[in-house]
Design a protein around this ligand. Structure first.
Ligand code: UD2
Length: 366
């Protein structure tokens, strides 16, 4: 009996050790894999950017919204949506580049078929959220923004516009088509425009976390001092979507107004970077925009603790983020032109543009 007990002890100890080692590996791999679930690449060694730790739970949206594009329903009596022109791999735009070096599409007029794309996304019954901030005197831009959005932005789709303002009573009444709605969110005013602009990331992150989960599939975050001129639709949908800034796309990247101080978490060194993207328009799937907003916000706050504000506030942080986390779709400057700029020949259509404004009149500070 005693001999039996003595033999049992080492076996029990070995089993316990094996069990503990098993648990350790299970947790290590679970944590490791969950870090990369949304394709957030590891930080390069030169990078001081803190990568986000918070995750939106998996149930926000099924991944097939990006990758699974299914031919529209063939059983419908009306087959007009199937009669689109034949695609070609040798004929098309030759005056612009329509793909990035990491093989993301760059969307220009003439590179997509709107009828085909709409019919694919129509059957997915997608919901699109839009954020727009109209704080202080910027409320004056809201009416035109909303009215032109009704005419051109995802016409025929479910669109929910979230207006963030300190002047809720001044939000204009704009007739919206069925399936489209507007929610006003009150935010405090500020006497620094830089803070208003930069705080958007924090509020976008909170909106996704607290309200959009399970309601929306995609989100676009747009500047209010802008207007739509022609179609902005399903061709713009993607995981992480960035818009090329109209002011710099012909320049050498050395001239891009990236944040150049290494002390800042928005830093991009000379000789690095891809494109210069707009802070005034970006979007994508909820999870991706959540990660972007969360990272930009925490890096902005970290900079503030060290008494540094990036050259172009959240636009600088966004540029840093998009350099590390390559956008899966890039929208050409058709998607954010500037009204004071004459149209360049490669820009066949202007879809959205920043209106002419007098900064001294509308900003709370200079
Ligand atoms: C650029 C960007 C902008 C932002 C900024 C840097 C474009 C077209 N614009 O524009 O997105 O990255 O650089 O901070 O890429 N706002 C208010 N009230 C204010 C001030 C700003 O509501 O008093 C909101 C409003 O939605 C506005 C946005 O913040 O559209 C950006 O501010 P801006 O238009 O004054 O910034 P701007 O022209 O320097």
């Amino acid at each position: 009996m005693q001999m039996y007990a003595m033999n049992i002890k080492p076996v029990t100890v070995i089993l316990l050790v094996l069990l503990l080692v098993g648990f350790y590996y299970y947790y290590y791999y679970y944590y490791y894999l969950s870090q990369y679930r949304f394709n957030v690449p590891p930080c390069p060694t030169s990078c001081s950017t803190s990568e986000p730790k918070d995750r939106v739970p998996d149930d926000v949206i099924p991944t097939d919204y990006v990758f699974h594009l299914k031919t529209p329903d063939q059983s419908l009596a009306d087959t007009a949506h199937l009669q689109y022109s034949q695609p070609s791999i040798v004929k098309g735009r030759t005056d612009v580049v329509a793909v990035t070096p990491w093989l993301a599409p760059i969307v220009w007029e003439g590179t997509f078929n709107p009828v085909l794309l709409d019919s694919i996304y129509k059957q997915k019954k997608i919901n699109i959220a839009v954020t727009v901030f109209a704080v202080g005197k910027y409320i004056m831009f809201l009416k035109n923004f909303l009215e032109t959005a009704e005419k051109h932005f995802f016409v025929g789709f479910n669109v929910h516009v979230y207006v963030f303002t300190d002047r809720p009573k001044e939000v204009p009444k704009v007739n919206m088509a069925p399936g489209r709605q507007l929610t006003v969110c009150s935010v405090p005013s500020s006497n620094r425009w830089q803070e208003i602009s930069a705080r958007r990331m924090e509020l976008i992150q909170k909106l996704i976390e607290e309200q959009l989960r399970k309601h929306s599939n995609y989100i676009f975050c747009l500047d209010v001092d802008s207007q739509f001129h022609s179609r902005w639709g399903t061709e713009s949908l993607g995981g992480l979507v960035a818009v090329i800034h109209p002011g710099y796309y012909l320049d050498d990247r050395g001239k891009f107004p990236y944040e150049r101080r290494p002390e800042s978490r928005a830093y991009v060194a000379h000789g690095e970077g891809d494109f210069y993207y707009c802070g005034g328009a970006f979007g994508g799937l909820l999870q991706e925009v959540f990660l972007l907003a969360n990272t930009c916000r925490s890096n902005f706050e970290e900079d503030a603790k060290n008494a540094i504000e990036a050259a172009w506030q959240e636009e600088s942080h966004l540029n840093r983020y998009m350099w590390i986390n390559k956008p899966s779709k890039v929208l050409s400057p058709e998607y954010l032109w500037q009204d004071f700029k004459p149209r360049n020949p490669e820009v066949k259509t202007i879809r959205f543009s920043g209106v002419i404004k007098n900064y001294a009149d509308i900003r709370p500070n200079v």
